[in-house]
Design a protein around this ligand. Sequence first.
Ligand code: SF4
Length: 277
Amino acid sequence: MEHILSLSYGKDSLACLGAIEKLGWPLDCIVHADVWATDTIPADLPPMVEFKERADEIIKKRYGIEVRHFRAKKTFQDCFYSRVSSKAKKCYAGGIRGWPIRLGQYCFRDLKLPALKEANKRKGIYYLGIAADEPNRFHNLTDTKRSPLVEAGWTEAMCREWCEKNELLSPIYTTATRGGCWFCHNQPVNQLRLLRKNYPEYWALMLKWDRDSPVTFHADGHTVHDCERRFQVEDLGLVPMDRRFRWWDVLEQVSIFDCIKNEEGGRSLFQTNKNRW
Ligand code: SF4
């Protein structure tokens, strides 16, 4: 029977390594499920990709175990451009899925879950990163799913401390780096703003996908292009930042929008999206 650590690279998950060592429990294998945006671009932001690589090296050196990475056969882009069923086609001009808003979280279902299934299909005892002060998650523990943290009495704060001491604290806890996919439709607007600023090539891909998507990025009808327009007027200092944001503030800048043409036939994005504002 193998003993397998299912690693997420979060602090609790990584601290399992320390708790396993402390308890003297066996550890044979470490697995992780990755999501990819395209064939060549991971869904993680570069600081997270670098952290995972660094953590893998540290783990190999200290514990002699190579972390095994699993991924789904498809990428996010594959899913985005895949055809919807004939029943759903009526509502989807172009017949592709687009952003994962209306058809359920297909990104999780078709990308993360298959990778997790692949990673967790070995028979054995799985170690989960559930901390001692997370009793609401204890119901996930069984004879074959055990938490070294609970057994060792390690709380979330202790896990963080252990990761800091062992150079294994993910940048999501110390910087503005987002955990999860950089193209996620659930991320807050400040993360989108940072993505546009720090990774313009990823933002350009988001805009391209947005142009092709039959559904809007957000459930309230706003698109990535709307966010782009918002950020443009913010950059120009034309949106009051001392009170709660209103899309109307962007709308008021329509004359400026008319001067900023998009690449598709010189139409103002605002005019295209006018009915939603
Ligand atoms: S982080 Fe967002 S895009 Fe990625 S799988 Fe989860 S819900 Fe989907």
